[in-house]
Ligand binder design. Structure first.
Ligand SMILES: Cc1ncc(COP(=O)(O)O)c(C=O)c1O
Length: 385
């Protein structure tokens, strides 16, 4: 009897996702296969998670060895893999960051940052950017801009204000004596692949220093080599007080981290989690970060991003407004809606996803081959002209 997996999900999953009719069962680097054996080039990467490619052997080995050794370990005790990961994270993040809280997702990382900023400053308000996306739980949803995501869930947390991204004067106006933190992405992902500018970030950093406001930078999507640096804040010499990371951190396993400077002070017992920092995900993250460094994934992302964008731009692309991005975090802004073109690309064997209504988001594994990149470019040219 053949099992209809699509129907099972349709029947038994809460219907919160708009789905494509595709049952994906196997991956290898940037290629992914459906249950019937059809092959696709994956530029979704599990929503920007699979930076190291699918079925990466180093991750598979680390996970299987750790699964056979110790999967779970209460945060009441110490653990070898956790200790190694905590040290590694401090080595690769900006120099002013020196302590980390481990969790299991991006949204949890933002929740942690909000709580830590509040308890540190004893203040309650936050300034966020228009078009920002920080997650779906109540705190991070409060920091997320899109009204459709919030509708039906109000009241959310009070005290979250929004100003246009890259507009320092508006941001400065909203900061007051109750402001605990400013929360910003370096490159807005979901909001349309909008890149922050260096001058803006330097001014925001200075303002935070002057006013005693905690600068929270969300690199959940842009982190771990995606933009051509280990973290996108290195493009701008930006030192946050709190760096939120997740997605690619553990080679595909669920993990997040709140990496803090010594300004952040959270008393014992004020925060915690069951799954955060479990040995299985920590072993995966240790293997993932080693792989990123050994294989120079940041340089790879930089070079492949330039190759992709330059080659794509050489073609006549009638439907394009703008191509922008850093490394392999690329947005193709269209003159019309993205959804129909995304469906056409799927039929041609390329998986991409939207970032807002009229931007195609291209986030392939950073290990993607040039041959596969060429295939993606070829199919994009077909649908964009
Ligand atoms: C910038 C950013 N912040 C936060 C999140 C939330 O992460 P998660 O889906 O792991 O909760 C995302 C997810 O897409 C994101 O892109």
């Amino acid at each position: 009897m053949t099992i209809n997996y699509l129907e099972l999900e349709e029947t038994y999953a809460l219907g919160v996702y708009a789905k494509k009719e595709l049952v994906l069962v196997k991956g290898r680097n940037a290629r992914i296969w459906d249950k019937d054996g059809n092959e696709y080039i994956d530029c979704v990467s599990g929503n920007g998670v699979a930076n190291l490619g699918h079925a990466n052997e180093k991750i598979a080995q680390a996970v299987s060895e750790q699964a056979a050794r110790l999967i779970t370990c209460s945060n009441m005790f110490y653990n070898d893999q956790r200790a190694l990961l905590l040290e590694k994270l401090i080595q690769i993040t900006p120099a002013n960051l020196n302590k980390t809280f481990l969790c299991s997702s991006g949204t949890e990382s933002i929740e942690g940052a909000i709580k830590f900023a509040k308890v540190t400053t004893q203040k309650t308000e936050f300034v966020c950017a228009e078009k920002a996306f920080h997650g779906r739980t109540t705190g991070s949803l409060s920091a997320t801009f899109k009204p459709e995501y919030k509708k039906g869930f109000e009241p959310l947390l009070p005290g979250f204000g929004f100003v246009p991204f890259n507009d320092f004067d508006s941001l400065k106006e909203l900061v007051n004596q109750n402001t605990a933190g400013i929360i910003l992405e370096v490159i807005q992902g979901e909001g349309g692949i909008n890149i922050g500018n260096a001058d803006y970030f330097q001014k925001v950093r200075q303002l935070c220093d002057e006013k005693g406001v905690i600068l929270i930078i969300d690199e959940i999507q842009s982190g771990f080599c995606r933009t051509g640096k280990m973290f996108a804040c290195y493009h701008f010499d930006l030192e946050p007080d709190i760096l939120c990371v997740a997605k690619a951190i553990a080679g595909g396993l669920p993990m997040g981290a709140v990496v803090c400077s010594n300004k952040i002070d959270v008393p014992a017992g004020k925060h915690g989690t069951t799954f955060g920092g479990n040995p299985l995900c920590c072993a995966a993250a240790n293997a993932a970060i080693d792989f990123m460094i050994e294989n120079k994934l940041a340089e790879q992302a930089q070079e492949k991003g330039e190759y992709f964008t330059e080659k794509l731009k050489k073609n006549p692309l009638r439907k394009i407004q703008e191509i922008r991005g850093l490394g392999l975090m690329i947005g193709i802004e269209l003159k019309g809606p993205a959804a129909p073109l995304i469906s056409m690309l799927l039929e041609k064997g390329v998986l991409v996803f939207p970032a807002g209504a009229n931007v195609i988001r291209v986030l392939p594994p950073l290990t993607i081959t040039y041959e596969d990149l060429d295939f993606v470019i070829e199919k994009l040219v077909e649908v964009l002209n």
